[in-house]
Design a protein around this ligand. Structure first.
Ligand code: GLN
Length: 447
């Protein structure tokens, strides 16, 4: 554990992955475990892990990278935090992110910038940028992130690590500071596929405290992981490879990955997800609508930031929210409130929900014949810090390859598949509902 903190202090000034470090507690915990004797059967015992700062941790500052929660110390643990503890892993600290997980570059954090360990002038991706950068920089072997529209897979792709968004309902959301409740999932970042499968096993399972948590049995995700892809049927959506903004180097790396899969014995064919083009508008309307409702609780009364020098309750609400939320969060609240307002609901939220159904059916149709769907995770590699931050539309459009997965609720992983202009490229493997096992098996074969 001392070595972990030595590595963090060596790299943290440049990378900036953490909002909070919990060195004292982690060292005490590690010492206690040493003294009690580590269970040799438990491979996770003593493993250092970093946790995204929108997952609540009892007694440890949890900010969601917002001024609104600058001083928020939760009095309970999220279910995943409990599971991390039960498994014997030791949390080393809380990781930087875009405010309330809104963003794709970690530039929306109230506290600090996180840099891409491969090139410090580039973004690490987001919103789980701290979680991805910490693993890529060798600060921790494992971290937890959250994915509402790509926030695990995109930063995993940008930093060359493995990131899994599990099936909606696989991992409990209890204690996750909600963004888009019908889309949010927690998942692991690791340096390799097998570790990822092991950590997902540790955090999965039914939880009565999350109404959408599924009772589906959790298999051992590592079982059969070495079985290869011989005879496996993989579909490559033509829409994902035709996408106008697809960088040449990204396309080449993915085409090479397809060749590798063919050589390994998989049957790879072109398929179609015709409603993919509605993914971005549907996602931004649905996620912002849910966010506008979820964020109503931050009113300056119950907990979190409270504005000073106010004369009425109305003024307290307005001033607290004006000062407590950053510009991107306000943009989403406005978009969401507008989409849900009477008179506009039918034109926006209802249409988006219909598009969501069509997107879900697209996946179901392909999965009738195919075991997996393969494509790039992102259209480009990591871009420069400051390059896109003033152009929200460009930011939103770059989520085109990740958001359909959340709208459909299916699981998907991003694994490294080469480089373009010196930056890592991510390969996305999408599976059927609750079939993370096939994803891991195919990802392992490629590694
Ligand atoms: N970039 C997307 C957004 O800004 C995804 C965020 C996420 O998955 N948390 O909403």
């Amino acid at each position: 554990m001392t070595a972990v903190y030595a590595r963090i202090s060596e790299t943290e000034d440049q990378v900036g992955s953490f909002i909070t470090l919990t060195e004292e507690e982690a060292l005490v915990k590690a010492r206690e475990m040493d003294e009690a004797g580590i269970d040799p059967e438990n491979i996770l015992a003593g493993l250092p892990i970093g946790i995204k700062d929108n997952i609540v941790t009892e007694g440890t500052l949890t900010t969601a990278a917002s001024r609104m929660l600058e001083d928020f110390v939760p009095i309970y643990d999220a279910t995943v935090t409990e599971k991390v503890k039960e498994s014997g892993m030791i949390s080393v600290g809380k990781l930087n992110m875009d405010e309330f997980a809104m963003g794709g570059s970690t530039e929306n954090s109230y506290f600090k910038l996180t840099r891409n360990p491969w090139n410090l002038d580039k973004v690490p991706g987001g919103s789980s940028g701290g979680s991805a950068a910490a693993v890529a920089a060798g600060q921790v072997p494992v971290s937890l992130g959250t994915d509402t529209g790509g926030s695990i897979r995109e930063p995993a792709a940008f930093t060359g690590v493995v990131g899994m968004k599990p099936t909606y309902g696989r991992v409990s959301r209890f204690g996750l500071i909600a963004f888009g409740s019908s889309l949010d999932q927690i998942g692991p970042f690791t340096r390799n596929v097998k570790d990822n499968a092991i950590v997902l096993n540790a955090i999965s399972g039914h939880d009565p405290k999350d109404a959408m948590s599924h009772t589906e049995e959790v298999p051992d995700f590592t079982e059969g992981i070495t079985d290869g892809v011989k005879g496996m049927k993989i579909g490559v959506p033509k829409e994902y490879m035709q996408e106008g903004g697809l960088q040449d180097g990204v396309k080449e790396a993915v085409l090479e990955a397809i060749e590798t899969y063919k050589k390994l014995g998989a049957i790879v064919e072109t398929v179609s997800l015709p409603h993919s083009k509605y993914g971005i508008p549907a996602y931004y309307i649905i996620s912002s609508s849910e966010a506008s409702s979820n964020l109503q609780r931050f009113d300056g009364v119950r907990y979190g930031y409270r504005a000073k020098d106010v004369e009425s309750l109305e003024e307290l609400y307005v001033k607290t929210r004006t000062e407590g939320f950053g510009p991107e969060v306000k943009r989403r609240i406005m978009l969401g409130t507008f989409s849900l307002s009477s008179g506009f609901y039918d034109a926006h939220f209802k249409q988006a929900s219909k598009a969501r159904t069509l997107i879900r059916r697209d996946f179901e149709n392909v999965f009738e014949e195919y075991d997996l769907i393969l494509g790039p995770t992102t259209t480009t590699t990591a871009y420069g810090i400051g390059e896109q931050i003033d152009d929200p539309i460009a930011m939103y459009l770059s989520d085109i390859l990740t958001v359909p997965v959340n709208l459909a609720g299916v699981p998907a992983i991003s694994i490294p598949c080469g480089f373009s202009d010196g930056m890592p490229v991510g390969l996305q493997l999408i599976g059927k509902h609750f079939d993370e096992k096939t994803i891991y098996q195919a990802a392992y074969a490629f590694e």
